[in-house]
Ligand binder design. Sequence first.
Ligand SMILES: C/C(=C\CNc1ncnc2c1ncn2[C@@H]1O[C@H](COP(=O)(O)O)[C@@H](O)[C@H]1O)CO
Length: 287
Amino acid sequence: MSAGNYDPKFFDKMPHSARHKGSVTLRRNQAKIRQADNYLLDTKTPLDFTHTDPWRVLRIQSEFVEGFGSLSELGPAISIFGSARTKRGSKYYVAAEEIARRLVGEGLSVITGGGPGIMEAGNKGAVEAEGVSVGLGIELPFESSMNEYVDLGINFRYFFARKTMFVKYSQGFVVMPGGYGTLDELFEAVTLVQTEKITNFPIVLYGVEYWTPLLEWIRTRVLEEGMISEADVNLLRVTDDPAEAVEWVIQGYKGLVGPEDVKRPNGLHPAKLYSSRTGADGDKEKI
Ligand SMILES: C/C(=C\CNc1ncnc2c1ncn2[C@@H]1O[C@H](COP(=O)(O)O)[C@@H](O)[C@H]1O)CO
């Protein structure tokens, strides 16, 4: 703008009042907000800083630090997921116990969500087999505490920090029947495998009757309509045999089972424990 067409309204808005807060530049009304020191030192501050997003970032960071610090020396582990509502002594509860015992027998630690139902069964089986029993709990609006079989427990406020720990510190997942929480964990994992964020990461479903309608829908609707490829369907494998679930998950993370070994247990869901796009070197890249 030349001096000839000077517009006072424009120049009144020029950045003479810029203030900097870290990498953030603030002007005009935005520059009037309080500085970090005010929040820290002035107890008359009108806002509770612990309810602000910058403070949350620190809490989130601390969850990652705590999780990485506590789990980095865990060794090979498998996560068992499933319903928080599964009753003690029910068939899936008993199966989860057995799967956990077998995993421990194979030298693996067992990780669960630390809650009731299938999580408790997994931790119970691990403890009974004298293995390492881990619970990654989540703070929920209603009362929930770690089940009594968790020997190493970490409680998270944030689902996403907790999910990172499951994936980072597991070699694979066994997914028992469950509700939205379980489905969320299952689809998060299968997406990470599909997109090759993780490799040699087997996902074994337990419960043919429970999972078959979902697998059928994936094949007849999701695949047929071109939302995924054939290889993506094959990322999930289902069984009713605890021994087979453990065998598959171990073969999968060790990279011992390839697409050429695919079996079709009931003609419905071809089995493949890792993506055909997995690197030949079997690198286990995580997140
Ligand atoms: C429902 C009750 C308590 C819930 N307590 C939970 N503690 C830890 N983790 C949980 C809890 N509820 C859900 N999860 C996570 O989701 C999965 C199970 O969810 P679903 O909807 O029941 O399938 C589980 O794998 C956890 O990671 C009081 O009974």
